[in-house]
Design a protein. Structure first.
Length: 269
């Protein structure tokens, strides 16, 4: 009997890969789960692929079985999976990790689901450990310091290669902050607001945004028409709004849908 052993991010994906390689339907198959695999931290690190063995059993179907795909088709499926997991080194590491983190936010939301019963463990310490593990998994040797003011928790990252935890215009740092926000509120009946910074990046970014706001206002006045900025997270849009709140000649508003919501600067009539 024809059989194949296949792997995937979960059992269902592994089974489907095997069925595709054998070119059979599920009702023609005998399926043995060798390893159910496991997800790493928020789908990022320490994950283990599921492994299954699927065997074609003609007695399960009266239909004539289809000819198996040739090896080139099977290899193509595996190569596609490999390309997704092992990005060519020509791509900048921070861009790779930025994309991985952003993609994993949706997975994290599904994995964490509804808040669980309150735990005796300290949620702040647990979140510190999460951030440390993520940084280590990205190959960044950093220290995580925490400062807490009521239910506002501030994490500061510092150390070698900290730039890769910031990413282009802070996108990786924003993704880390989103994951930390999910993690800290998982096992508690309180609600914490999390801020993640890396060697003072947030203050530098704030100054950059304030300067951008002023320059955009000047452009808006000169052109006498609306000027739209690129999409930004909500707290960055607030910086733009605050910077121009008292401006005598322009007003601002946000437009679009998350995560592509942006600020528009408009001349006052």
């Amino acid at each position: 009997m024809r059989q194949v052993t296949a792997s995937g991010v979960n059992v269902e994906a592994a089974v489907q890969s095997a069925l595709d390689q054998l070119n059979i339907s599920r009702d023609q198959a005998e399926i043995e789960v060798i390893d159910e695999g496991k997800k790493g931290l928020f789908g990022l690190f320490g994950s283990k692929r599921a492994i299954v063995k699927v065997q074609f059993n003609p007695s399960h179907s009266f239909e004539t079985s289809k000819a198996p795909q040739d090896d080139s088709d099977a290899n193509h499926v595996e190569v596609s999976e490999t390309l997704e997991e092992r990005t060519p080194t020509s791509i900048e590491p921070e861009v790779v990790e930025e994309n991985r983190l952003e993609h994993s936010i949706d997975e994290a939301e599904q994995d964490l689901g509804e808040p669980e019963e309150a735990s005796a463990a300290d949620p702040v310490q647990e979140t510190m450990d999460y951030l440390q593990e993520i940084a280590n998994g990205m190959g960044a040797d950093v220290e995580v310091e925490v400062r807490q003011k009521s239910r506002n928790v501030y994490f500061q990252l510092s150390g070698k290669r900290v730039a890769m935890l910031i990413g282009k215009r802070g996108k990786t740092l924003n993704a880390l902050q989103s994951l930390a926000q999910l993690a800290i509120n998982r096992h508690t009946d309180k609600f914490y607001t999390v801020y993640v910074d890396a060697e003072g990046y947030r203050e530098r970014r704030k100054a950059t945004l304030q300067s951008l706001a002023e320059n955009t206002a000047d452009k808006c006045i000169a052109l006498q028409k609306d000027v739209s900025l690129e999409a930004m997270p909500s707290y960055e849009r607030k910086i733009i709004h605050a910077a121009l709140q008292r401006h005598p000649k322009v007003t601002t508003y946000s437009d679009g849908n998350e995560p592509n919501r942006y600020v528009v600067v408009r001349p006052k009539q």
